[in-house]
Design a protein around this ligand. Structure first.
Ligand SMILES: [Zn+2]
Length: 239
């Protein structure tokens, strides 16, 4: 694994607003406290989400962007990028790989956090098709696209974006996590970030207890002491 001292920049690539917060808000808050620069890339605006939806869902994309900006602020992230793909219709494509490659070359992250691209048969919730498509395209963008100057050559020729190698990827939502981050000290910030997604969670009864319970279960899985909270990842070396 990359030593902490070699992680200066992190890029989190998510399918929808709120995914980054469910997956890694606590970990991101801890990165921020260490002075790590974190950037969020949201592939969709989450315009097919929400509780009180109307069929046209007008205004939902704007609302969810605003909620994501507020959530990011709770964990110290102010650099957010939105690709505005249609929610619920993301498929793995060269176009999406190029869009993610562009941001990797702009941000030059040491570490990328994204969705696990495989379906989780133990727990289906993280395996939304948009998540799997974004996770797969992000891994493809990390290896080989972003590091290969001949991949999407127009990024270099027209935009001056040099090849870049992100050395590690942490995947969320998979069935085989192998790295756990103790987020006990920032559990309130994780919760605040998640509760910023008002359109998604305000109607959920007992939401705070649900999140704390999930975070405690991760800590138990990690073998941390009782009363601790954690987030879990599958680490993939990509150097
Ligand atoms: Zn999602």
């Amino acid at each position: 694994m990359l030593p902490e001292s070699e992680i200066d920049r992190v890029l989190v690539v998510s399918a929808h607003p709120d995914d980054a917060d469910f997956g890694s808000a606590g970990t991101v808050a801890l990165f921020g406290e260490r002075g790590v620069k974190v950037t969020y890339l949201m592939v969709t605006d989450g315009d097919a989400g929400g509780n009180e939806r109307t069929l046209d869902n007008s205004g939902m994309a704007e609302l969810r962007r605003a909620e994501q900006i507020a959530a990011a602020k709770c964990v110290g992230v102010t650099d957010l990028r939105f690709l505005a793909y249609p929610d619920g219709a993301v498929v793995a494509s060269l176009e999406l790989r190029k869009a993610i490659t562009r941001v990797i070359r702009q941000v030059r992250p040491d570490l990328v956090i994204t969705h696990h691209p495989d379906r989780n048969y133990q727990f289906i919730a993280p395996s939304h098709p948009d998540h799997r498509a974004v996770g797969g395209c992000t891994l493809d963008a990390v290896y080989p696209d972003a590091r290969n100057p001949y991949a999407f050559p127009e990024l270099l020729l027209e935009e001056g974006l040099e090849a870049w190698t992100a050395r590690e990827v942490w995947l969320v939502g998979g069935s085989t996590p192998n790295h756990y981050v103790d987020i006990t000290d920032v559990i309130d910030r994780r919760l605040a970030a998640l509760q910023s997604h008002v359109s998604q969670v305000a109607h959920v009864e007992g939401f705070a207890d649900f999140i704390k319970g999930r975070s405690a279960a991760w800590a138990e899985r990690a073998g941390f002491a009782e009363g601790r909270y954690a987030e879990g990842f599958q680490v993939v070396a990509t150097a």
